[in-house]
Design a protein around this ligand. Sequence first.
Ligand code: FE2
Ligand code: FE2
Length: 351
Amino acid sequence: MVTKYRIINDRDSGILKEPDKAKEQKDSFLEDPLAFKEYSFHKEEHYLIDKTVLTPEKEIFFNIYRMDRFNIFPVIEASKKQPSKIDSQLLNFAGDFVIKKSDIPLYHDYLLSLTELSDPSEEGKIKTIMIRENSKLIMKDLLDDPRSGKKIKESKIMVNNMVDCILQNRDAIYSMLSLKNYDYYTYTHSVNVAVLSVGLGVAIDLKRNDVEKLGTGALLHDIGKSAISHEILNKQGKLDSKEYLIMRNHVTEGEKILRTHKEVSEESFDAVLQHHEKLTGKGYPMKLQDGEIKLFGRITAIADCYDALTTRRPYKPAFTPFNALSIVAKETGNYDPELLGVFIKMLGKIK
Ligand SMILES: [Fe+2]
Ligand SMILES: [Fe+2]
């Protein structure tokens, strides 16, 4: 059964509301701590899935919701007992599609079923989608439980797959990126930064072994955000100076966490510790300058900034890839100009 436009959050239950109405709520929402708490709760209790994996007419065994700005709407109601078919019209709906965290294993089974059915000409594309989705799932688990050695090992395996794929076909980065999301999720951002960094590492002909270390550092670069409260992570609008200082701690928190994992090589730490440093010395946490910032720090800084610009937030639109690249390009003082040139060339085909 397919239900459209029914709001299920407690505040608004029963009221029919179109997305435009939700837009009008924006200002009051920012000042409404209860509404924010509710939104933040939904965000943490759900997992973002990718619309591109939803194949029309395919059966689905779990509920799918769409988060549009600050509201959550069911779009498919389904269970193991009562599966539902994916309606192609659903894919045109605005907003992010999410599932309940408890349904992640069913989503994983659904992804596996795609590989079984894919026709041979689609094999490459399905492979890249699987790498992207599995990397997101691993990162989501790691952010919930950053001490898990098992998940760190899995993340390294996933980065190896990512490197293999991009070495075989450089265009694979396009289908490995999660684009056009409506909200920011640390796990999606982490995977995008890893894909962009690996792509850049391959484009400058780094040795395979080094690309893997770069990719691992890039995937884990924000793992320290697991130590930051959801109130600050999900805050709408600008952080105040106290909150900003807390947020900045994610870099050193990330280092602390990763020091407990012996499998993470020393070079990968450059990506974690230096992704917010700027060549001008205006970055953090060490205010490093020029040559003091290592190659992996320079690469992840570009990837991190680009992905932040192209990501939409409920309170701000996303820049298009072209505009984001123009903004980063103007910041040549902050970022390595040679790497930036290669990065812009690498993303030339992106829409
Ligand atoms: Fe960061
Ligand atoms: Fe980041």
